[in-house]
Design a binder for this molecule. Structure first.
Ligand code: FES
Length: 58
């Protein structure tokens, strides 16, 4: 599923980037350019980061 339509970034791309070491929205922004255009994906990116850090994600 596309999270960032502007940059054609999917939830899979974001999860992969986090597995490779990105831990914050800022790092995902630097790596994948998410949130840089319209910014409407910010909440979704934040949610994915939260999920990644939640104990249930392990
Ligand atoms: S949807 Fe991500 S910047 Fe527009």
């Amino acid at each position: 599923m596309y999270v960032c339509v502007c940059r054609a970034v999917t939830d899979k791309d974001i999860r992969k980037a986090m597995e490779e070491g990105a831990t914050t929205v800022r790092e995902l922004k630097e790596k994948l350019k998410v949130t840089e255009s319209c910014g409407s994906c910010l909440e979704s990116v934040r949610d994915l980061v939260k999920q990644h850090h939640s104990p249930q994600a392990a």
